[in-house]
Design a protein around this ligand. Structure first.
Ligand code: COA
Length: 141
């Protein structure tokens, strides 16, 4: 069932290990769980322990409905993963998550923030103020 969400009900907070099952469900529903070794429970625990990482969830009525994850190494800040539960998309949650992680990176001193992006989500990123650059992602998997 789709729920209308107002900003008053939205809580954006740091990831907790108890969020793992809900996050895995969201990633699976959004076809973002192709590499559990990178995005699965053990990886999430490692990210939580990493001082360079920022890993946030959005909670509505006690349920995790979205997540964002990135890293700032002292030079570049990069958002690696963003996902909103399909029944909660289009209600400003993705925007709120991106704004909060950008703010967190700013507080850590990051001069810029980049994101790894899919063609399908590029329009969203442009709406939240990111623009396409010449760089693109390559991988060894
Ligand atoms: C992309 C995603 C994170 C956006 O989250 P969301 O909560 O639905 O986004 P918002 O409600 O904050 O949308 C903000 C604006 O972007 C637009 N938008 C959202 N998704 C979009 C998309 N895929 N393409 C173009 N525009 C999009 C919205 O219509 C809205 O526009 P408006 O301000 O004119 O109303 C979410 O749709 C999602 O999780 N998708 C599946 C996973 C994914 O693609 N993740 C990103 C990979 S890099």
């Amino acid at each position: 069932m789709e729920r209308k969400i107002t900003r008053d009900y939205m809580l954006i907070r740091d990831f907790e290990v108890s969020d793992i099952d809900e996050i895995v469900e969201i990633l699976k529903l959004n076809n973002q769980y192709g590499h559990p070794e990178v995005d699965g429970p053990e990886a999430m625990k490692r990210v939580k322990a990493c001082k360079a990482a920022v890993f946030l969830v959005c909670e509505v009525d006690g349920k995790v409905v979205g997540l964002v994850r990135g890293v700032y190494d002292g030079s570049r800040a990069i958002i690696h993963l963003l996902s909103v539960h399909p029944t909660c998309q289009g209600q400003g949650i993705g925007t709120a998550l991106v704004r909060e992680i950008v703010k967190r990176f700013g507080e850590k001193g990051a001069p810029t923030v980049s994101a790894t992006v899919t063609d399908e989500s590029l329009g969203f990123w442009q709406k939240v103020g990111f623009r396409k650059t010449k760089a693109f992602l390559v991988g060894n998997w």
